[in-house]
Design a protein around this ligand. Structure first.
Ligand SMILES: Cc1cc2nc3c(=O)[nH]c(=O)nc-3n(C[C@H](O)[C@H](O)[C@H](O)COP(=O)(O)OP(=O)(O)OC[C@H]3O[C@@H](n4cnc5c(N)ncnc54)[C@H](O)[C@@H]3O)c2cc1C
Length: 504
């Protein structure tokens, strides 16, 4: 019997989404498939996306990529979570860390005991019982290990230079057989009967045929949006921020913070992301509430170092394509949708789409059932993230600007309204088996932004109050002790990378 022909996968786009997809597909499916990636020298990549989610570690690990090599190449730092300033109210701060709080007792999550014992304290204090939060406060870092409570105790992600990640993966993917084509797609050819995409015509006259096409063309959405006209579901009513101005600057001297900051602004919020060599800054704003010039001026006024580039305006619309997989085209990355960057979920969504594509990969023909399953799974991820993001804006007491007044008083999706009601009435978070934001994430934001239920699980009332106080003190002391065995974040980076000059 002759060899089966390879499935020809053609990826359009060489940004983070395109090269992550190429690297993962070639790694998992070579030699059953051939992969060509077309990237346009004229169009360029979006070039932002500096803060990530812990799942990225799994991606790198699966590809066998050495963490230190990746961090050196992308000027990365470690991230233990996101510190939010001025969200619940001006002057307030809390952290959404990559860790749970305390330990469940008799099957009851720790936060119920905390609610009972701290009924008059503010939300930030629950961070005392999270090792990720405590380490971030102390500006210390060490990866999880047995002495720190093991892999389950906490997790971490990275903050990196977005312009360096795609080239890093490009080298990896090309070394494993991905064929890189530098050209701009000018025309898309479809089969007259099925409507499937069959070939791409390039600016230089070449014609590239394929069996499966992955659209990683960014906001243009060349195949999924422009060619197949897949519908767009807009979430702008709930997430009105539609612009960002990005302006990196020099990093102030001193310890590198192992966390991203999200800081509430009059008409949105700004990110502050410490890398090895600079700070990433950007103001995500609603153009209905502030002009581009004014937003740029507001960001420039709070920079902590010399600007390293001219301000750059990025325009976007929060929402997603109704189906991420249509015909024989799968949209991954910005081509499939974008939720705003507050919780660093965009690269995570790229990764999830790659994981499901690998799981359901049409090695022979596209199975409509698999395609429908893929679309359902992607919908589910987007909807969960959407609600979590809206919570950050809606759960506020800020009344100092038209933007925050709108966010505080707007109608929210029913799914989020139900969650908030359940939290207020019973201090419960519905069980999530999947998705990026599980119970500790919701508890962090709800308590951090001042939504405190007056009730707790009845079983949390059972232990003797003095004993419970003692146990909680012990737990906090134990976390503090562990944190003080960790080195400072900069020191850890220096040791890992051997680059005292850059990480000092
Ligand atoms: C303001 C802002 C902040 C963000 N912050 C974060 C963050 O902190 N964390 C996070 O996870 N994500 C963040 N993101 C999202 C993140 O930047 C993207 O998810 C990620 O970079 C992937 O982008 P992409 O590869 O889909 O698109 P792009 O980077 O835009 O790449 C598109 C590619 O398609 C190619 N292309 C387009 N048209 C053609 C054509 N006709 N022919 C050939 N090639 C073509 C281009 O050349 C390019 O290579 C942010 C996004 C924005 C807008």
């Amino acid at each position: 019997m002759g060899q089966r022909a390879k499935r020809r996968v053609v990826i359009v786009g060489g940004g983070t989404a395109g090269w992550m997809t190429a690297a993962a597909l070639v790694d998992a499916l070579n030699p059953r498939i051939s992969v060509q990636l077309i990237e346009s020298p004229e169009i360029g990549i979006v070039g932002v996306g500096e803060a990530t989610f812990p799942h990225l570690r799994l991606f790198l690990r699966r590809l066998g990529i050495d963490e230190a090599a990746f961090m050196a190449a992308t000027h990365a730092t470690f991230k233990l979570g996101i510190v939010f300033n001025d969200f619940g109210a001006l002057g307030e701060e809390y952290m959404h860390g990559f860790a749970g709080f305390g330990e469940a007792v008799a099957g009851v999550p720790f936060y119920h005991y905390w609610l009972r014992m701290h009924r008059h304290a503010n939300g930030a204090a629950i961070g005392d019982y999270s090792i990720a939060v405590a380490a971030a406060r102390a500006r210390r870092f060490h990866p999880p290990c047995a002495e720190l409570g093991g892999e389950a105790a906490f997790s971490y992600a990275y903050q990196f230079d977005a312009t360096r990640f795609a080239p890093f993966l490009r080298d990896f993917a090309c070394a494993r057989g991905v064929d890189r084509v530098e050209a701009t797609v000018r025309r898309v050819e479809r089969d007259a009967d099925s409507g499937d995409v069959v070939a791409l015509e390039l600016g230089d006259g070449r014609r590239i045929e394929g069996d499966l096409f992955v659209d990683c063309s960014g906001f243009r959405s060349l195949l999924l949006g422009e060619t197949l006209e897949e519908g767009w579901e807009s979430w702008s009513d709930w997430l009105p921020c539609d612009r960002a101005v990005a302006m990196p600057c020099g990093r102030p001297a001193g310890e590198i913070e192992p966390f991203t900051r999200a800081i509430g602004m009059p008409s949105g919020w700004r990110w502050r992301i410490p890398l090895q060599h600079r700070l990433g800054n950007g103001y995500v704003f609603s153009s209905a509430h502030v002009s581009e010039d004014e937003a740029t001026a507001q960001l420039a006024a709070v920079l902590e170092g010399e600007p390293l580039a001219d301000p750059r305006i990025l325009k976007f619309r929060p929402g997603r394509r109704m189906r991420a997989w249509s015909h024989n085209v799968i949209g991954i990355g910005l081509a499939a949708g974008f939720l705003e960057p507050m919780e660093s979920t965009s690269i995570y969504l790229v990764q999830v789409a790659i994981d499901w594509l690998l799981e359901l990969f049409p090695i022979d023909a596209v199975d409509p059932q698999d395609r429908a399953t893929f679309n359902e799974l992607i919908d589910f991820e987007y909807a969960r993230i959407r609600d979590f993001l809206i919570l950050h804006y809606h759960a506020t007491r800020r009344d100092d600007s038209p933007f925050w007044n709108r966010m505080r008083t707007m109608e929210i999706p029913e799914s989020l309204a139900d969650r908030l009601a359940l939290w207020r009435q019973a201090a419960r978070i519905p069980f999530y088996g999947r998705g990026p934001f599980l119970e500790p994430s919701w508890v962090s934001v709800l308590l951090g932004q001042g939504i405190r239920p007056e009730v707790w699980d009845a079983r949390a009332q059972l232990p003797d109050a003095e004993k419970l106080r003692g146990a909680m003190l012990h737990l906090k002391g134990d976390i503090d002790r562990r944190v003080y065995t960790m080195p400072g974040h900069s020191r850890f980076l220096q040791n890992l990378l051997g680059q005292e000059d850059r990480v000092g």
